[in-house]
Design a protein around this ligand. Sequence first.
Ligand SMILES: [Zn+2]
Length: 211
Amino acid sequence: MLFHGSVDETKLSVPCGRMKTVMAKPILVEVSVKHVHLCEADLEILFGETHCLKNRKDLSQPGQYACEERVDVIGPKGVLKNIAVLGPLRPSTQIELSMSDCRIAGINAPIRESGDIAGSAGCKIVGPCGKVEIDEGVIVAKRHIHMTPEDAKELNVENNEIVKVEVQSDIRGTIYGDVVVRVHENFALAMHLDTDEGNAAFGGTVGYIVK
Ligand SMILES: [Zn+2]
C-alpha cells in the first residue's frame, strides 16, 4: 500500500548551508507500508488454486497494484495481521517490513534492494486457505528512487548510484543518505521510504537530490 503525495512546485527553494541542490527537480516521496509480493505457488496455497489477485488500486510504478488480498505474517515474537498483497505475482515471494515491524514480529530481516532475497529472513504466512513457511524473502527495503533514463539524465545520476535526498517539511526536514537510484524505462519518478523512514520526515512528500 502506498500513500501518494502531491508535488508542490511552489516549494522549490534551494536548501542552504553546506549542501547545495544538484538539480531542482522535485521527486515525489511515497511511503510503502509493510506488504507482501507472492509467487504463484504460494498464492495457490494461501488463497486456493485458480485464485487471481484482485486489483484494489494502481500504484505509482506502472503495472504495480495493491490487491484486495491480505495475509498474516508470523515471526517468533508476534503476528503482523492483515498485510496487503501487491501485484502482479513475482518469481519469488518477498515481504517488505519496516524495522519496527521486524521488532514486533521478532524477525531479523536485512536491508536489501527488492529482489535480492538470498539468505534474507524467513517467516510463516497465513492466508484464508492455507499457510506457507518461507526460509528467505523477508527484507527491510533499501530506500530508493525509481526513475526513467530521461529523469536520470536530468538529475545527473546513474543506475545504482547512491545519493542523498533532502525531504522538505515545515516541521521535520530530513536528509536521507544511502538512497539507491534505480533506472528503468518503465519506472515513474518516485522515492520510496518505509513507514519508519517516512515518519522521520513527518509526512514530507517532496524530495530533492543534494550534494
Ligand atoms: Zn519502490
